[in-house]
Design a protein around this ligand. Structure first.
Ligand code: CP
Length: 317
């Protein structure tokens, strides 16, 4: 594996999940694989789970990991080609990224979309510049459109909790939120579940919230949440802003928030969310504190997701 930006960087999803679960069973089985190697964890945006789980994963492999909160501690980055830098930006990414490539063996980048410029966001303008100029493997810690380490952790969580000899019914449902959030987690979950191919996959959202078809093709899509929830084994709850009316909030309808009454429609479904979550807006207390919630286990699996990806990259660098 050279870079880890999307599921397309993975040749065999099940093999990568297997590797992650092997690390979960024995975290230090490759404790010298990353000896004398260093990962840079570059954050342009806030994070708790990604920042800590990725660092733990690197340490488990014997790799040094340095966190750099470039948005707060670094120079203001310019990303536009040909920019006349007479404003607030101080350093161009094409100058900064090659320097980071000198300091690190793997560069991990967390960036969010603008939610105002769809072409730039869906062209992955930021992370692609780091790939172009750093000269070392780049791992996405969430980009403008995708969150692959999260999605790998999500598949790990489904695999380790589903014991039946049939495909699970997995439902991705939109939920209300007070802020306009990226489509990344939903795009990425759809992309990974479709590529994995071992679930009956349904997406439900209000009108105006259709995701980019390049991620959702292969899923059944409905605006009827109750219908989607019938017989569900897993419910993946997430808010996203509109893709068509880009970055806009078109609905805050509280009836889309998952409750025990809605969960009663399912096959005793497990409930997933990437966290952080706004309680009693995006997801109810009764679900988050109830027996079906997998959110803590899911976040714990972020360590094994990152460790499996580092393990693959370190084999080649
Ligand atoms: N799920 C997730 O990426 O969490 P953080 O934003 O805290 O890293």
């Amino acid at each position: 594996m050279k870079n880890f930006i999307s599921v397309h960087d993975v040749s065999d999803v099940n093999a990568l999940v297997g590797k992650a679960l092997a690390y979960k069973a024995d975290p230090f089985r490759d404790k010298t694989l990353g000896a004398n190697k260093r990962a840079g964890l570059l954050f342009l945006n806030p994070s708790m789970r990604t920042r800590l789980s990725t660092r733990i994963a690197a340490n488990n492999l014997g790799m040094d990991a340095i966190v750099f909160n470039i948005d707060k501690e670094g120079w203001a980055l310019e990303l536009e080609e040909g920019a006349v830098m007479n404003g607030t930006t101080v350093e161009h990414v094409k100058d900064a990224a090659p320097v980071l490539g000198q300091y690190f063996d793997i560069l991990c980048v967390r960036t969010f979309p603008s939610l105002t410029n769809k072409a730039d966001d869906y062209g992955e303008a930021v992370i692609n510049q780091f790939i172009r100029y750093a000269g070392i493997p780049v791992v996405s810690l969430e980009s403008a459109t995708l969150h692959p380490l999260q999605s790998l952790a999500d598949i790990i969580t489904i695999k380790e909790t589903f014991a039946e000899k049939r495909k699970p019914r997995v439902v991705l449902t939109w939920a209300p939120h007070v802020k306009a959030l990226p489509q990344c987690v939903a795009n990425s979950f759809a992309q990974w579940v479709n590529a994995w191919g071992e679930a009956d996959f349904v997406i439900t959202h209000p009108e105006g919230y259709a995701l980019d078809e390049k991620f959702t093709n292969g899923a059944v899509i409905t605006h009827n949440q109750d219908e989607a929830l019938q017989g569900a084994d897993y419910i993946y709850v997430k808010n996203w802003s509109s893709y068509q009316d880009y970055g806009k909030i078109l609905s805050t309808d509280p009836s889309w928030m998952l409750t025990n009454a809605k969960r009663a429609l399912t096959n005793n479904a497990k409930v997933m969310h990437c966290l952080p979550v706004r309680r009693n807006v995006e997801l109810s207390d009764e679900i988050l504190d109830g027996p079906g919630s997998l959110v803590t286990q899911e976040a714990g699996n972020r360590v094994w997701s990152a460790q499996a990806v580092f393990g693959e990259i370190l084999k080649e660098c």
